[in-house]
Design a protein around this ligand. Structure first.
Ligand SMILES: *Cc1c(COP(=O)(O)O)cnc(C)c1O
Length: 469
């Protein structure tokens, strides 16, 4: 491509994007391709000579969209949403065009300083006290890894990075049995080992919260056995059914035991911009570390995870490494955000948050989340009122699970899996399944940025129609 054609192709990309958003409902939500369908359409080796942008763009238009699952489709009720609000997409295009690598303050002061401000906007928006500072990590998985590494290093007096973990008593981290797999993976990557993630049982009702007494007992038993308790991961809005721990109670125990706390609110954290949902994390001011993903429910495109930390100095002491070529001389009081995470090179992530929060305002964002929560509750009630459906776990924010009740109860798992598959083959909406109390159930979560009530009606009709076929 010739440099002078850049503007033309950017305009073409803008036109295509606008048309895509206008017409996304024409696609089945979940991609219907079979494994290899896309691979077989891509030339097995790279071209030696330039190809025309016309050819490249036209291949993009024909090959790629059918192989995409359309996360910006209003009928997306699977997993958790991954919203990309239009105003934030514009910011993302600008950040990509500038193409800065924002590892240090001096490699783009605006990126660092806007990040400082945007994280603080999010802190205020979610009602966190002013003693939290923060950073934008790529994903919640990374933020959790950083928190587990901080637990490791604070427990070891910052000797783990230099000496490794050889020959020492295992470090133990505690979390509810309903936490996300990213906690397990962080244990693997931090070298602490899966078996040292102690899964505490949960109460089997209400918010499915961690049993606080069991947590205390596990910590004491580990100390007596000569192991080294290091920290507790607290779950607010778990992925499967929305399980939520009692943050105040768990932080109290962790404080008494001298343990670092990390709160995983990757999905539910966005809802905390609405004061009426903040009871779900009451006591949050006592946590040491919190992650929430604006790239899930709030509207920022991937990747954008807000990681709040009470005392950034322990995080930085855990993760800062300064070879000569990364040193900045003669500037006081600057932040080098690459010292707050695992990555050295970093995108300019704050720009999309600036556009997002200004273009919709907190009121606009709150209204969306409130609608999602209300509409999910209404759908749960409608399904529960049908004789052949039951709600299995009640809504926590906008997430609930349900199942179709077959005449032969022993066929429940098979029938419900068949129903999920039929719904996703139909393509109007997209749902996923999970397992609860040993039974396969169907998850529903509303979260599309511009969701309308009519799409919830469509979901109800689709679920009932396909179940009864
Ligand atoms: C989605 C999710 C994660 C993982 O988030 P990534 O940003 O994809 O790493 C972790 N915990 C919970 C509760 C989640 O919902």
């Amino acid at each position: 491509m010739k440099s002078e054609d850049f503007e033309h192709w950017m305009q073409k990309a803008a036109q295509w994007s606008a048309e895509y958003r206008r017409t996304v409902e024409q696609y089945p939500v979940r991609s219907q391709v079979a494994p290899g369908d896309i691979l077989n359409q891509i030339h097995p080796s790279p071209p030696d000579t330039p190809e025309s942008m016309d050819t490249i763009f036209s291949d993009f238009e024909t090959i790629i969209p059918p192989g995409m699952t359309h996360w910006q489709h209003p009928g997306f009720f699977a997993y958790f949403p991954s919203n990309a609000a239009p105003a934030a997409v514009v910011a993302e295009v600008l950040a990509t065009s500038i193409g800065a690598q924002c590892m240090l303050w001096q490699t783009s002061p605006a990126a660092t300083e806007l990040e400082v401000r945007m994280v603080d906007w999010l802190r205020q928006a979610t009602g966190l006290p002013s003693d939290f500072q923060g950073v934008l990590q790529d994903t919640a998985s990374s933020a959790t890894l950083c928190a587990i590494l901080t637990m490791r290093e604070t427990t070891l007096g910052f000797t783990g990075n230099t000496d490794g973990l050889f020959g020492m008593a295992p470090l133990r981290v505690y979390a509810s049995s309903r936490t996300h797999s990213s906690i397990d993976k962080a244990m693997w990557v931090a070298g602490l080992g899966q078996n040292n993630l102690v899964k505490i049982p949960t109460h089997n009702d209400g918010n499915f919260a961690m049993d606080a007494d069991a947590l205390r007992k596990a910590i004491h038993a580990d100390r007596e056995a000569g192991l080294q308790p290091a920290g507790v991961v607290i779950c607010v809005g778990g992925t499967s059914i929305g399980a939520t721990d009692d943050v105040a109670a768990i932080c109290r125990i962790a404080k008494e035991e001298g343990l670092y706390t990390h709160v995983d609110a990757a999905w539910a954290g966005s809802a905390m911009i609405c004061p009426e949902y903040r009871h779900l994390w009451a006591g949050i001011e006592d946590a040491d570390s919190i992650v929430l993903n604006p790239h899930k429910w709030l509207g920022a495109p991937m990747e954008c995870s807000a990681h709040f930390i009470k005392d950034p100095s322990v995080l930085v002491k855990t993760l800062a490494i300064q070879p000569e070529y990364l040193k900045t001389y003669g500037k006081d009081g600057i932040i080098n955000f690459s010292e707050w995470g695992v990555q050295l090179g970093r995108r300019f992530r704050a720009l999309k948050l600036w556009f997002l929060m200004r273009a919709y305002g907190l009121d606009g964002l709150r209204e969306r989340i409130r609608n999602h929560v209300d509409w999910s509750a209404q759908l749960a009630n409608r399904l529960d009122a049908e004789p052949d459906f039951e709600v299995v776990t009640s809504p926590i924010l906008s997430l609930f699970t349900f199942r179709y009740i077959p005449t032969d109860e022993s066929a429940s798992d098979d029938v419900n899996l068949a129903l999920v598959n039929a719904i996703n083959d139909d393509g109007t909406i997209y749902l996923t399944q999970t397992s609860h109390d040993g039974r396969l159930v169907i998850r529903f979560t509303a979260g599309h940025f511009d969701l309308e009530a009519r799409t919830i009606d469509q979901a109800f009709e689709t679920i009932c129609r396909l179940a009864r076929q």
